[in-house]
Design a binder for this molecule. Structure first.
Ligand SMILES: Cc1ncc(C[n+]2csc(CCOP(=O)(O)OP(=O)(O)O)c2C)c(N)n1
Length: 344
């Protein structure tokens, strides 16, 4: 059992609840046609919240796309997340990314990329730079088990092993890569063992056990920080919902499989643990459920009402000094917008 204060145990539980409430609301909004797309993390909350808990706030996170729990633990607000999902003028990515492609630079969280696994070489590069600069930070990067079939997985792990970079690879094995089951993803017995081929440790952990995730990630983070090099953690969990709102898992998997995993729900499991310690009561549950729902509802409403990003911002953030040709294009765009306004 890791040493965690009662206050932190309760905060961890609340963050898992908030993650679920946020996911559920965003999926509903997508179903209502108010959001274009969403990727939920139902059943994977312990993996994201527990792994983020084990880090320092200064460490950099290179996420995949089911890490809502990690952002919330870092202190990103549901309002900031909702603005991104709506792609409005208050979204840090200025409406230029798909929903769920968050970017929270102020919390040391790197932008999500749509192409799978590109975050691994990035995380390894950043960790190597930190090592060269003798900066004690580490990088943690997330991926799904399907992402391990991409070339960047091997590039990232190989480089990390050779240069002993302070990187933690956190692989969420949630059973499915869209409709591709884990069985046809690899001929290896598990994913953790792949680290051995690259000369470092692989650790298999129950991804639905919050405390086990914390212990495994903390060990890997401490090791990375003290010069021991990278670790690959495989957290075995399950994707209870669809891959995304564009997916219909009933077409390719059986209800019994989902039901069996629902019984291993990480939130219910941690709730039982807290109840045994006298830290959970039905009254407190009601209180936090209501508070989380109210906060998420208000955030979604505010995000929906916020103005769209200003058109000229499409030229921002790529170059520190905007080149002449882009300045000209921006002026042209502003002219034509002005003309169409006057013509109306
Ligand atoms: C290079 C690349 N190929 C294919 C895709 C399409 N794609 C998006 S998610 C996904 C499956 C990912 O599965 P996994 O890594 O197991 O993550 P999970 O969704 O299960 O969390 C695929 C094939 C992509 N985004 N990028």
């Amino acid at each position: 059992m890791p040493e965690i204060s009662d206050a932190d145990l309760k905060a961890l539980y609340r963050t898992m609840v908030m993650t679920r409430v946020f996911d559920q609301r965003m999926i509903t909004l997508q179903r209502q046609g108010r959001l274009g797309f969403y990727l939920g993390s139902l059943g994977e909350e312990a993996a994201s919240v527990g792994s983020a808990f084990a880090l320092w706030a200064e460490d950099w996170i290179f996420p995949c796309y089911r890490e809502q729990g990690a952002y919330l633990w870092r202190g990103v607000t549901v309002q900031e997340m909702a603005h991104q999902c709506y792609g409005n003028g208050l979204d840090y990515t200025k409406g230029r990314q798909m929903p769920v492609h968050y970017s929270f630079r102020h919390k040391n969280i790197v932008s999500i990329s749509s192409p799978l696994t590109v975050q691994l070489p990035q995380a390894v590069g950043a960790a190597w730079a930190a090592k060269l600069r003798k900066d004690p930070i580490i990088t943690l990067t997330y991926l799904g088990e399907g992402a391990s079939s991409q070339g960047d997985f091997h590039v990232g792990l190989n480089f990390a092993g050779v240069y002993k970079t302070p990187t933690v690879f956190f692989l969420r094995n949630n059973g499915w890569a869209i409709s591709t089951p884990r069985e046809v993803q690899t001929a290896s017995e598990n994913f953790a063992m792949k680290a051995n081929a690259y000369g470092f440790e692989g650790v298999l952990v129950d991804g639905n056990d919050l405390l086990a995730v914390i212990v495994a990630t903390k060990r890997a983070a401490d090791k990375a920080r003290s010069g021991g090099g990278p670790t690959l953690i495989e957290a075995v969990t399950y994707r209870v919902g669809g891959h995304s709102t564009s997916d219909d898992p009933s077409v390719y998997r059986k209800d019994e499989e989902v039901k069996a995993w629902e019984a291993k729900d990480p939130i219910a499991r941690f709730q039982r643990f807290l109840a045994k310690k006298g830290l959970w009561t039905p009254e407190w549950e009601l209180e936090i459920q209501e508070a989380c729902k109210a906060e998420v509802l208000a955030a979604a409403e505010a995000a929906e009402k916020a103005p769209a990003p200003a058109p000229e911002t499409i030229f921002d953030d790529v170059f520190s000094d905007i080149p002449r040709f882009l300045q000209e294009q921006r002026a042209e765009l502003m002219d034509s917008l002005q003309q169409s306004k006057e013509a109306r």
